[in-house]
Write a protein that binds this ligand. Structure first.
Ligand code: NAP
Length: 256
C-alpha cells in the first residue's frame, strides 16, 4: 500500500495531541487516512490540532477529547467515549503526552519527581493498558501501540533525573507489553526522540541548546514531523514484524 493511504480506516488515539510531537503525529496519521482522536489535557490545543487535520480520505472522522493521562478514571472515560463514538476501540495509539520539571538532583523536590513519573511513566502505563484491554475485550485482530520515550532515558541528562528515569521506565514498560500482548496481535514499540523543536524544548536555555546541537552528528535539532514519520511507520503494517523495539530519532545524538 502507498504510504499516503496505508492508515485508511484505522482509528487512532494520540495523547499529547495538542502540541509539538503529538500534534505532528495527528497530522501525519490523518494525512495517511486514519481517523484521529486528538487527546490532550488542554481542550483548546486539542481543538487547534483538530482544525488542522486533513479529512478528505475515505471514511475519516476525527475528534478532540480532554484527558489527563495520569488519572486512571480520565483514561478509562476517554476509551469509553471513543468506543461509544466509533463503535470500536482505537487500533493505533501513540502516547505522546509528557512533561518536564527539571532541576539538579541535589535540589530536586519530591513533588517534581513524582509529577514527572506520574504523567510520563504512569500515564504511558494507563493509556497502554486501557487501549490493550479494550482491543483484547473486543477480539480485535491487531493493534499497534507506540510510546514516546527519550534518548535521555538511555544516557541520562544533567538536570533531568526525574525525566530520564521516567523515560527509561517507558522503555521497560513497552518491551514488557510487547512480550505480553503479541499473542493478541498487538505490537508495542517505543520511539526515542533526541532534541526536537517543540514548546517543551523552547523552555531550554539557548546556551544548552547550542551545546546540544554541536553534539548532533546531523548538526541540527529535529522537527516534530520527523518523529511523526517514524510513528506512522510503527503504526502501519509496514512494521508488522517489529515489536518491542526502541527506535532512536536523534540525528545520531549519543550513538556512541
Ligand atoms: P509538548 O509540546 O509540551 O507537548 C506535550 C503535550 O502533552 C502538551 O500538549 C501537554 O499539554 C500535554 N500533556 C501534558 N500533561 C498531560 C497529561 N497529564 N495528560 C494529557 N496531556 C498532557 O512536548 P513535546 O516536545 O511535543 O513532547 C511530546 C513527547 O515527546 C513527550 O513525551 C516528551 O517527553 C517526548 N520527547 C520530547 C523531546 C523533545 O526534544 N521535544 C525529546 C524526547 C522526548 P500542556 O502543554 O497543557 O502541558
Amino acid at each position: 500500500m502507498a504510504a499516503a493511504t496505508r492508515l485508511i480506516s484505522r482509528l487512532t488515539l494520540v495523547t499529547g495531541g495538542g502540541s509539538g510531537i503529538g500534534r505532528a503525529v495527528c497530522q501525519r496519521l490523518a494525512s495517511e487516512g486514519a481517523s484521529v482522536v486528538v487527546a490532550d489535557i488542554s481542550e483548546e490545543s486539542a481543538h487547534d490540532t483538530l482544525r488542522s487535520l486533513q479529512r478528505d480520505l475515505r471514511g475519516q472522522g476525527h475528534m478532540a477529547a480532554v484527558v489527563d493521562v495520569s488519572s486512571k478514571e480520565s483514561v478509562k472515560n476517554l476509551v469509553t467515549r471513543i468506543q461509544t463514538h466509533y463503535f470500536q476501540p482505537p487500533s493505533v495509539c501513540v502516547n505522546a503526552a509528557g512533561i518536564t520539571q527539571d532541576d539538579f538532583l541535589l535540589n530536586m523536590d519530591e513533588d517534581h519527581f513524582d509529577n514527572v513519573i506520574r504523567v510520563n511513566l504512569k500515564g504511558s502505563f494507563l493509556v497502554l493498558q486501557a487501549v490493550a484491554q479494550a482491543l483484547v475485550a473486543c477480539g480485535a485482530p491487531k493493534g499497534s501501540i507506540v510510546t514516546v520515550g527519550s534518548i535521555v532515558g538511555k544516557v541520562g541528562n544533567i538536570g533531568q533525573a526525574n525525566y530520564s528515569a521516567s523515560k527509561a521506565g517507558v522503555e521497560g514498560l513497552t518491551r514488557t507489553a510487547a512480550k505480553e500482548l503479541s499473542r493478541f496481535g498487538i505490537r508495542c514499540n517505543c520511539v526515542l526522540p533526541g532534541f526536537i523543536s517543540t514548546p517543551m524544548t523552547d523552555k531550554v536555555p539557548e546556551k544548552v541548546i547550542s551545546r546540544m546541537k554541536s553534539l548532533v552528528p546531523l548538526g541540527r535539532m529535529g522537527e516534530p514531523a520527523e518523529v511523526a514519520d517514524v510513528c506512522a511507520f510503527l503504526a502501519s503494517d509496514d512494521s508488522r514484524y517489529i515489536t518491542g523495539v526502541s527506535l532512536e530519532v536523534t540525528g545520531g545524538l549519543f550513538i556512541g
